[in-house]
Write a protein of this length. Structure first.
Length: 133
């Protein structure tokens, strides 16, 4: 019961946001950048988390590409826009490399320094690093 109450509480998701999330989303929204979400997860769960955290309204509904099926996910992405016009930020090295190989500008967010060398994506430490590029 306590576990369920925690994960259904919007405050849990708002407090889980890193401090750089809202300023970065605001920065790109003011520049009229269309933003989306690419997620290999359960759609209803992801939409709930985005809404509960208060950031869903920053994203273009047509770019909420959330699917458990990776092949469907890839086709949706390619049909929506050309890879050269997409910038991807991911916290998983294998996904950042994958998107980079598809021809997208890919960033790997590493909030904690690591010596692991990654070929392909640009490594950033905070989302606000994107506002300085």
């Amino acid at each position: 019961q306590r576990f369920t109450n925690t994960f259904l509480d919007p405050l849990f998701y708002r407090q889980a946001l890193y401090q750089d999330v809202i300023p970065t989303l605001e920065f790109f929204k003011k520049k009229n950048v269309r933003m989306g979400i690419l997620s290999q997860s359960w759609r209803r769960q992801q939409i709930f988390k985005l809404a509960a955290s208060g950031i869903l309204h920053y994203f273009d509904p047509s770019l909420l590409l959330i699917s458990r099926n990776k092949r469907r996910f890839d086709r949706q992405l390619i049909l929506k826009t050309h890879p050269k016009h997409i910038i991807v930020i991911d916290n998983l090295p294998d996904m950042a490399v994958y998107f980079s190989r598809l021809g997208m500008k890919s960033f790997l967010i590493r909030r904690n320094p690591t010596s692991q060398k990654i070929n392909g994506p640009i490594v950033i430490r905070a989302l606000t690093d994107l506002t300085r590029l």
